[in-house]
Design a protein around this ligand. Structure first.
Ligand SMILES: [Zn+2]
Length: 218
């Protein structure tokens, strides 16, 4: 690929994720749902489906609320008076609902987020809100794992960050290979979580997921 083409491609992918991308009107979105109802083989004008396009567009506002959130803002308020606390902070079993960007069906799972503070800590609920800010978008699990870890690392600049996501993908259970009960585990370890095996072991034992030790995707 030529340099020019590469630049063009990079520019294109940037613009498609930008908030400046023209948003369709609610009426246009509802029309699109009617098209999909017809594509499924049903009649959008029958009684049971008449309000469905309006309901689906409202549901989309909840499913994809993350696009309206700046994840870095969530972490902007930090506390530096921690009385010398320098142990690991872990929020485990954060349930999340996300949506596969290939099939637009749910990815439902749990996130475990940890960091080793250097100077600053955040309110613990902020870690859950950070997970939601990235979950409530079209995602792939690997990317979401990296986004959560990298944002925490960039904003708080702790000694280390560990993030593990365990999730079931409905695009695997309800279509395609139809394998239910399968969970995908992804992880990202930064700083001391990557370099110090004892830190990593402590995190994995707290989240009760020693199996992740062998698949830790550092
Ligand atoms: Zn999928």
């Amino acid at each position: 690929m030529s340099e020019e083409k590469k630049a063009g491609k990079a520019k294109q992918s940037k613009s498609t994720t930008s908030a400046t991308l023209a948003r369709p009107s609610r009426a246009e979105a509802e029309d699109a749902v009617r098209v999909l109802l017809r594509w499924a083989g049903d009649d959008p004008s029958r009684e049971g489906l008449i309000d469905t396009p309006a309901r689906v567009t409202r549901a989309y506002e909840e499913f994809f609320a993350g696009y309206a959130v700046d994840p870095r803002d969530i972490l902007s308020r930090t506390f530096s008076e921690v009385d010398g606390y320098d142990e690991m902070i872990v929020l485990k079993d954060i349930r999340f609902e996300s949506y596969c960007e290939h099939h637009m069906v749910p990815i439902i799972g749990r996130a475990h987020v940890a960091y080793l503070p250097e100077h600053r800590v955040v309110g613990i609920s902020k870690l859950a809100r950070l997970v939601d800010a990235f979950a409530k978008r079209l995602q792939i699990q690997e990317k979401m794992t990296a986004q959560i870890a990298d944002t925490l690392n960039d904003v708080l600049q702790p000694k280390g960050v560990g993030v593990i996501l365990e999730a079931a993908h409905q695009c695997m259970s309800t279509r395609g290979v139809h394998k239910a009960g399968v969970e995908m585990v992804t992880s990202r370890m930064l700083g001391t979580f990557r370099t110090d095996p004892s830190t990593r072991r402590e995190f994995l034992s707290i989240v009760g997921n020693p199996a992740a030790m062998s698949v830790a995707n550092t």
